[in-house]
Ligand binder design. Sequence first.
Ligand code: SAM
Length: 333
Amino acid sequence: MTIMTISDEIQGQARALIADRLGLDFPENRQADLERGLRQALEHSPVRQPEQYLAWLATLPDESPEWSRLVSSLTVGETYFFRDRSCVDALEHQILPELISARRSAGFLRFRCWSAGCATGAEPYSLAMLLHQLLPDHGKWSLTILATDINPAALESAQLGLYNEWMLRETPRWIRDRHFHRRGRDTFEIDPVIRQMVTFAPLNLAKDNFPALLTNTSDMDLIVCRNVLMYLTSDVQRAAVARLQKALAIDGWLIVSPAEASTELFRPLIPVNFPGAIFYRKSQDTFITPQPCLDPETMAPRITSPMRIPARAAGASALTATTSSPSSTSPLR
Ligand SMILES: C[S@@+](CC[C@H](N)C(=O)[O-])C[C@H]1O[C@@H](n2cnc3c(N)ncnc32)[C@H](O)[C@@H]1O
């Protein structure tokens, strides 16, 4: 089989078009990924010459099958359930109990969260499992778990809810037993109760259709956008973060991964330190007092000390406090 050559010039044009339409960045050290992705997409395309392929792509709308194919070839979809223990611990023991307790105190049983860049669904389903535990009365709540991604194939797979054992490598046994059904030697199906808690939709973070009522992306208590921004160009990162900030409710949290934790990028959100993780909050509230925030020399946000949670919120993890059955154990204990 002959391997098609893609010249530097064509790769440069492809990089520009892909940055413009998908927001994806392919710097020097990811040239091989770009070339591999282009080759893969070309192999299945009716247009086989790279120059013509690019010219043709440029005329097609983002939603066309050809762009979907390219998105599948170029995006990194690595994900798994309960990814990153520090993050899950902070969510389970501090952020979610505190938000829920604030809502309960206000008598306003509504909670909205969004997994932006959800890949094949492990992240939003993990959130759904945490909320299922933390809200024993979830039937009384207006609960939104929105999960979006640019990759339609990943969303299709997420909706199917079938996973292999490797995806469950950080999932405690009792959660497997409760929320998954074995379907064959290496296949686990997510329980319909959890599946129905999550709404999947396509959304390109490089576009300006959020926050908006139409995309149901406004007034979020929690946005998880982990291991996504690092793949975007710096311009798209800045624009997407600005829109994510707007999409947060007052006191809402933006959860990113450590590799993306440049406080500068997330200004004016308040950085708050947790053991092994830094997250960003739209503003302070009465329960959480991050030690803000401005470095006296640079006037830039400074990393804060761990957040203080009052005893009633800190001890209120429903996962550890409610019962003594195995199912009451913290997911990661
Ligand atoms: C490495 S996965 C991260 C999945 C999950 N957030 C996690 O941390 O496990 C990155 C995801 O970002 C998505 N993505 C990349 N560019 C995007 C864009 N412009 N808009 C929305 N999603 C994007 C990819 O399709 C991929 O599913």
